[in-house]
Design a protein around this ligand. Structure first.
Ligand code: NAG
Ligand code: NAG
Ligand code: NAG
Length: 176
């Protein structure tokens, strides 16, 4: 009698945990195992990206900046052709962007799903050259889009500079 109760409990427990998560031995991946023991998806535990713009650019009002050279892209959320980070895993994220102005002035915005979460402004006129950075900490849902754009209405001028003397960069990582 006792044995059969235990058996029933074991069966129920096994059923409830038909889909479970575990870490690989190197601790880098969270692996979901389906009831049949098949890995359903592999999402790295550490989500992090870092990219920079390889040349001076004039993107125009409201346009997204494309940080075309990817140095880090764990979790493959960042796209270096569109400039968009598509969140692969829900959580609290830090985003940092650095924009360099050369003989111009610019306002830039950090966007999450088409809402402004942060902005920077730098005036570097008369041949001046400098960088400004912005930081945003926000809860981001899987599938949300995060990107940096030129301000939609504030008229700036000149270019966003990026070269070996000073890069314009976009980075982000999941806090855990
Ligand atoms: C940003 O848009 C403004 C117009 O609002 C434009 O004058 C400026 O040149 C743009 N900035 C860059 C870096 O292209
Ligand atoms: C752009 O991203 C693709 C896909 O991740 C990668 O293969 C390529 O090396 C990246 N290009 C640069 C210049 O970083
Ligand atoms: C953000 O936009 C994506 C794509 O349209 C959508 O799937 C997602 O639910 C949105 N997230 C929020 C928090 O609005």
């Amino acid at each position: 009698m006792l044995t059969s109760i235990i058996l029933v409990l074991v069966v129920i427990t096994a059923d409830v945990s038909a889909e479970s998560s575990c870490q690989t031995t190197d601790g880098r991946y969270e692996v979901s195992i389906t009831g049949r023991g098949i890995e359903s998806e592999k999402i790295p535990q550490v989500i992090a990206f870092h990219a920079y713009i390889s040349k001076h650019v004039f993107p125009g009002a409201g346009r997204r900046f494309v940080f075309d050279v990817t140095k880090t892209n764990q979790g493959k959320g960042y796209n270096n052709h569109t400039g968009v980070f598509t969140c692969p895993k829900t959580g609290m994220y830090v985003f940092v962007w650095v924009m360099r102005s050369l003989a111009g002035e610019h306002s830039t915005e950090l966007m999450i799903n088409d809402s402004v979460y942060g902005s920077t402004f730098l005036r570097a006129k008369n041949g001046d050259d400098g960088s400004v950075s912005g930081t945003v900490v926000a809860h981001v849902t899987k599938g949300d889009s995060v990107y940096v754009r030129n301000h939609s209405v504030l008229a700036g001028d000149g270019m966003i500079a990026s070269n070996l003397h000073g890069q314009s960069t976009f980075s982000g990582w999941l806090l855990q």
